[in-house]
Write a protein that binds this ligand. Structure first.
Ligand code: CP3
Length: 333
């Protein structure tokens, strides 16, 4: 078994494993080159040859234990009939949600829309060293809804209104159904692990956390456990509710965000492999501080199952050479 799965399943402390969120991304010149020739981001994700190449770029550069498939969480709303555009400097913009379209998509058409993702996974799995894990991922329902229904901090979103959307439970059920297909398809294509990104969990008021975050993550984690698929959750921004999340959802792995004090996490989050935490913005500052911070995480987590990673994705301004030094530092620790 590969180190990532050993840590997640057997909770082996002696195993060491490292990968980074957004390890394939704009901070790499070889990524920017391909990106500049492919203006349409969705089409780039749906080009199995190119997405395989992008997935392997960080693996060719660094001594990492895992690759994460180059794709996006917004491909699921896309395959469920909602067009997605990526505007420079703004981020993703989805066309207006139309519930009838959303509920009418059939499994066959969904699978067909995303077939290139599955093809990329099987191509990557063939090219990737057998000792390295291939990570697949999905967005959690709440985080997908924030994009699908244009919920964000700036448009002073009203949680009461969301609760009142008459068909919210039907929408959630349909998302869970297709996210489960997407997980299953990715695993059948050759992925080893799934990470569930709930990047906007921190937007939820406390009375919405259980229904929109915990329960939906639990449904996906239960699906994974029934299929023996190792699963890592990332409920970003929920502060000390990480404890409730862990007790409620019980994933194999839990990614920490930079707000979570690592000592607190070690004392309070039990029975789970912890991952990440280090603030990716640290990598924009002085080098010595990067290693001091990395050492802090490694010292604290040295006697619990821990996967070295970040508290969010690498940012575009990151110097790729510093990432190399960080991996070396980790290896020599
Ligand atoms: O290397 C990897 O981590 C794998 C690839 C990956 C991407 N998106 C590629 C990508 C992963 C795991 C994601 C997940 C994702 N996508 C999340 C969850 C993690 C997180 O960042 O919170 C979310 C919320 C999205 C939605 C999304 N996709 C946003 C908000 C953006 C624009 C902002 C940004 O960070 O660039 C994207 C575009 C995107 N997805 C890029 C990449 C490499 C940048 C594309 C570009 O402009 O060149």
């Amino acid at each position: 078994m590969r180190t990532l799965e050993k840590i997640l399943i057997d909770k082996k402390i002696s195993c060491k494993s490292v990968w980074f969120m957004r390890q394939a991304g704009r901070y790499l010149p070889e990524f920017r080159k391909i990106r500049s020739q492919n203006q349409n981001f969705i089409n780039l994700c749906l080009n199995s040859k190119l997405s395989t190449e992008l997935t392997l770029q960080p693996i060719n550069r660094y001594d990492l234990d895992s690759a994460i498939i180059f794709s996006d969480i917004l491909l699921v709303p896309y395959a469920l009939g909602q067009d997605v555009k990526f505007e420079k400097g703004i981020g993703p913009i989805l066309e207006n949600f139309k519930i009838d379209n959303f509920l009418s998509v059939k499994k066959e058409s969904f699978n067909k829309s995303l077939s290139q993702v599955y093809e990329a996974i099987s191509l990557t799995r063939k090219k990737l060293d057998k000792n390295k894990s291939l990570i697949s991922f999905v967005g959690a329902p709440w985080t997908l809804l924030t994009y699908m229904l244009k919920i964000n901090k700036d448009n002073n979103f009203n949680f009461e209104k969301i609760k009142e959307i008459k068909k919210i439970d039907i929408i959630l059920d349909n998302l869970i159904k297709f996210l489960s297909f997407h997980i299953q398809n990715q695993i059948e294509a050759g992925a080893d692990v799934v990470q569930i990104f709930d990047s906007w969990a921190g937007l939820l008021p406390s009375e919405g956390l259980e229904k929109f975050c915990f329960e939906q993550n639990l449904r996906l984690v239960t699906f994974c456990k029934n299929k023996k698929i190792p699963v890592i959750c990332f409920p970003k921004g929920i502060k000390d509710n990480y404890i409730k999340f862990n007790n409620f959802v019980k994933p194999d792995g839990l990614n920490l965000d930079p707000e979570i004090d690592p000592k607190w996490a070690k004392d309070n989050l039990r029975g789970v492999a912890l991952q990440g935490g280090l603030d990716p913005k640290i990598l924009l500052g002085p080098e010595d501080k990067v290693f001091v911070e990395a050492k802090k995480y490694l010292d604290i987590f040295k006697d619990v199952p821990y996967i070295f990673n970040l508290g969010h994705g690498l940012v575009p301004e990151t110097n790729p050479d510093l990432v190399k030094k960080l991996v070396k530092f980790y290896r020599s620790y």
